[in-house]
Design a protein around this ligand. Structure first.
Ligand SMILES: *[C@@H]1O[C@H](CO)[C@@H](O)[C@H](O)[C@H]1NC(C)=O
Ligand SMILES: *[C@@H]1O[C@H](CO)[C@@H](O)[C@H](O)[C@H]1NC(C)=O
Ligand SMILES: *[C@@H]1O[C@H](CO)[C@@H](O)[C@H](O)[C@H]1NC(C)=O
Ligand SMILES: *[C@@H]1O[C@H](CO)[C@@H](O)[C@H](O)[C@H]1NC(C)=O
Length: 441
């Protein structure tokens, strides 16, 4: 007998010493109440070391229907004894859950809905009648039934249920459920404040016009070649939008040559435009490239671009530019400052200025200041040319004309950023004169 099995038989667990095997299953489906109690089977899975076994069962009862969510798998959540919670008491619509996290092989061994379900004694009927429905499709043909005596109101709403995260395989499970039934309360409060049941997240709305579901999530990546090499642009959650909102996805690329940055956002957004898609090149090439993809759309999960190629495929692809005469400090720094980090590069032909400034991005759940230095062609010395909105982002560009680093001689610095062509050419050809930039001194 293995020492671990012996310890397990004695009821002693040794945390963290072995990877567990857990039962593994996901089920989200509408059942007929006459099928309860339900039984199921599950496969098995080897978990990563230190992970526990998880068990979550949620039942939403609604007259003749039951919606069941079952999740078994591996999790990093803290261990806890079995817990039964009544999120919404019946009669009429009710929601209960059973959750458990344990650290023994195959300890998530619940195979029946019994802990959450007992045969109902016959309920006295009242006088209120409500359409009763529980469906992932439509409630158009819902039957009207007489409610239990305590039910005084009809409920009609939408739930978005997502089974996320205990395990990567579950990431894309989500259901948009139409719910109509009997309640003992008015209003849109079926969930009674419940937002999460273990790895299940729940969202509710009763606004019949607010039924749009959008992909939701942000990304921020820096690397050398994001302007050339497409990267995955995925999200792992979804969102039920408020009335008047649409789905949006925005991708902003900034490439200074040595480094590039990609910032992406997906989610619901106040309608800036109903259905639109725009690809814009705000600056460059040659020099600092700033380009964006922005889409607003109005059907479920329509903000579904899966890769940055939606933007890259539309970018100008000039042949590798010949080096010019200009040299500029070059840097791209998110949440940081460039003055310590700049490398000097020889700029491509066609550029005439060095740029130094920053762009602050806000919106779509992101807020990132980006410091930028690099080569630039446009005489305006601006990367965004006054643009204030890029998709869901509000953008503000600031050129650092007023900042004089310590110990610097102000005159050449000011002349430098002011972009006087002649002086530039002179100073850039002689980098040792560029005292304002610390890396050069
Ligand atoms: C549930 O199942 C019973 C018996 O199988 C059937 O008579 C009834 O119509 C079903 N109810 C619903 C709502 O599907
Ligand atoms: C709502 O939730 C609270 C605790 O979260 C619970 O005490 C109360 O009974 C619930 N209400 C109903 C109607 O289920
Ligand atoms: C959702 O997950 C399943 C496996 O669990 C996979 O086969 C399917 O392709 C995924 N769908 C999407 C849209 O990612
Ligand atoms: C900058 O914006 C102005 C006014 O909106 C426009 O006339 C001009 O063409 C823009 N310049 C560039 C280089 O896009």
């Amino acid at each position: 007998m293995s020492p671990f099995l012996l310890l397990a038989l004695l009821g002693i667990t040794v945390p963290g010493v072995q990877a567990l095997t857990c039962y593994w299953a996901t089920l989200m489906s509408v059942k007929n109440a006459s099928e309860l109690p339900l039984q199921w089977t599950a496969s098995q899975k080897h978990c990563e070391e230190g992970w526990s076994c998880q068990e979550v069962l949620m039942l939403m009862e609604n007259g003749p229907y039951v919606y069941m969510v079952l999740i078994k798998g591996c999790t990093q959540a803290a261990d806890h004894e079995d817990l039964i919670t009544q999120h919404r008491a019946g009669p009429g619509l009710s929601i209960t859950s059973y959750t458990r996290v344990c650290r023994e092989d195959l300890c998530n061994h619940l195979f029946t809905s019994l802990p959450l379900w007992a045969p109902h004694p016959p309920t006295a009927l009242g006088s209120v009648r409500c359409p009763v429905c529980l469906s992932a499709q439509s409630c158009r043909s819902a039957a009207e039934l007489t409610c239990p005596a305590e039910s005084t109101h009809c409920y009609s709403g939408h739930l978005l249920l997502r089974a996320g995260e205990p395990d990567r395989d579950l990431r894309n499970r989500s259901t948009h459920l139409r719910v109509q039934g009997c309640m003992s309360q008015a209003g849109c409060n079926l969930l009674n404040g419940t937002q999460e049941i273990g790895p299940i997240s729940l969202q509710e709305t009763c606004d019949s016009e607010a039924m749009l579901i959008c992909h939701r999530g942000n990304m921020l990546q820096t690397s050398q070649d994001l302007a050339q090499k497409p990267v995955t642009w995925s999200t792992n959650t979804e969102q039920l939008c408020n009335r008047g909102e649409v789905c949006q996805e925005t991708l902003l690329l900034i490439d200074v040559g040595l480094r590039s940055l990609l910032v992406g956002s997906k989610g619901c957004s106040k309608a800036r435009t109903q259905d639109s898609q725009a690809i814009s090149t705000h600056s460059g090439p040659p020099g600092v490239l700033v380009a964006s993809f922005a889409r607003f759309c109005t059907s479920d999960r329509c903000n579904s671009a899966a890769s940055s190629s939606v933007l890259l495929n539309s970018l100008p692809r000039p042949a590798a530019p010949a080096p010019g005469d200009l040299q500029c400090p070059t840097c791209l720094s998110v949440f940081g400052s460039c003055t310590q980090n700049s490398d000097t590069v020889t700029c491509p032909k066609g550029t005439s200025h060095c740029y130094q400034g920053h762009i602050s991005l806000r919106g779509g759940g992101l807020s990132s200041p980006v410091d930028i230095q690099g080569c630039m062609a446009q005489p305006s010395s601006s990367l965004l040319n006054g643009t204030q909105n890029i998709g869901v982002f509000s953008v503000i560009e600031d050129r650092d004309e007023a900042i004089v680093p310590d110990g610097a001689a102000p005159a050449p610095y000011l002349a430098w950023v002011a972009g006087l062509g002649l002086s530039l050419a002179l100073w850039c050809g002689a980098p040792s004169l560029l005292t304002p930039f610390p890396h050069d001194s």
